[in-house]
Each structure stands twice: as C-alpha cells, then as structure tokens.
Design a protein around this ligand. Sequence first.
Ligand SMILES: CC(C)(COP(=O)(O)OP(=O)(O)OC[C@H]1O[C@@H](n2cnc3c(N)ncnc32)[C@H](O)[C@@H]1OP(=O)(O)O)[C@@H](O)C(=O)NCCC(=O)NCCS
Length: 154
Amino acid sequence: MERHADGVVDLFADPAMSSLSGADLSDPALARRMVDSRLAYDGPPELGHWAVLLGGDLVGLAHLRPSGELPGGLPEIGWYLAVRHGGKGLATEAARTLLRHGLDELVLHSIWALIHVDNASSLRLAARLGFLPVGEGRHYNGPHRVHVALPGQV
Ligand SMILES: CC(C)(COP(=O)(O)OP(=O)(O)OC[C@H]1O[C@@H](n2cnc3c(N)ncnc32)[C@H](O)[C@@H]1OP(=O)(O)O)[C@@H](O)C(=O)NCCC(=O)NCCS
C-alpha cells in the first residue's frame, strides 16, 4: 500500500469519506497520520490493508485486520470508495473479494464489521454481502451496528 500513500490522502480530501468516522480526514495532516498508522500495521501478515484499484487508479481502500475495538483481536473488515465511483457495486465487489479471501482462503471463523448507525449505504452494503447484524455499541467515537459474517452463511 506504501506506493498509494499520497493517493489515499487525496482520496480522503473529500469530507464525505470520513464524515461518520469521528475524525475529519479531509485535513491532510490527519489523513497522513491515518495512512502512517495503516502502513505501520504489524499484525498477522495475511491480514492488513488493501488499495482498491480501477484500471490502475486508486479508487478506494479496504482492510481486514485484528480489531482494536472488539475483544480478542477479532478479524474486522472495512471499506471506502471514492464518491465519484459509487453506486455501481465497486465497493461491494471489493468487500466481497476480501470477505471471501478471509473466510475461504484464510479459513477465519468469523469476520466482523462495525458500521455507524447513520451510514445507510454501508449498512446496505453489509446486508448485500450477507452480514448478520448482532448488536450495537459505541465504537470509533460513535454508535455503530455490530455485524458478523460466518463461514457457510454468506
Ligand atoms: C460505504 C461506501 C463504500 C458505499 O458506497 P456505494 O457506492 O454505496 O457501494 P457500491 O460501490 O458497492 O455500490 C452499491 C450501490 O450501487 C448499486 N449497484 C449498481 N450495480 C451494482 C452491482 N453490480 N452490484 C452491487 N451493487 C450495485 C447498488 O444497488 C447500491 O446502491 P444502493 O446503496 O442505493 O442500494 C461509500 O459510501 C463510502 O466509501 N463511504 C465513506 C467511507 C465509509 O463510510 N466506509 C464505511 C466504513 S464501515
């Protein structure tokens, strides 16, 4: 992901990308800090952060890594797509690819997603992928629905 660091900062220049994330990453200094913390990832090597490319251009970001929010470092997935590429299923495709990688190839026992209660498009995306809503809690400085995907159920 290192070669996409500047691209990720540019991607987050759109305030819509972080409006529900608890920090305004349209501030390039904050976005750079977010990128640095992703680049400093030192968890299991098969997990981590992925750049979402379309025809070689960076259009989004996804991660599948031990959660810092849920107990026991449970595997947590997340997705981001530039607004100008939204509404065509690209984020769904990227998230589904990572979900299938985690469940089928890495044989994870569960994959978790924390989605802000007001993030309607992300909640629809999770439902499309077959995530089960299992509760609600305060995460990333705001109310989030807790979702899980289990092998054989998505
Ligand atoms: C969350 C986010 C990725 C969703 O983007 P998105 O454009 O809705 O997602 P997709 O690219 O998968 O597109 C899905 C939409 O395209 C439509 N669509 C069209 N063709 C499609 C296809 N072939 N497959 C799936 N969906 C398709 C879907 O119906 C859906 O529209 P709907 O939500 O109105 O029902 C995006 O809003 C974002 O990055 N937000 C900021 C970051 C963020 O909040 N991340 C989530 C943190 S948990």
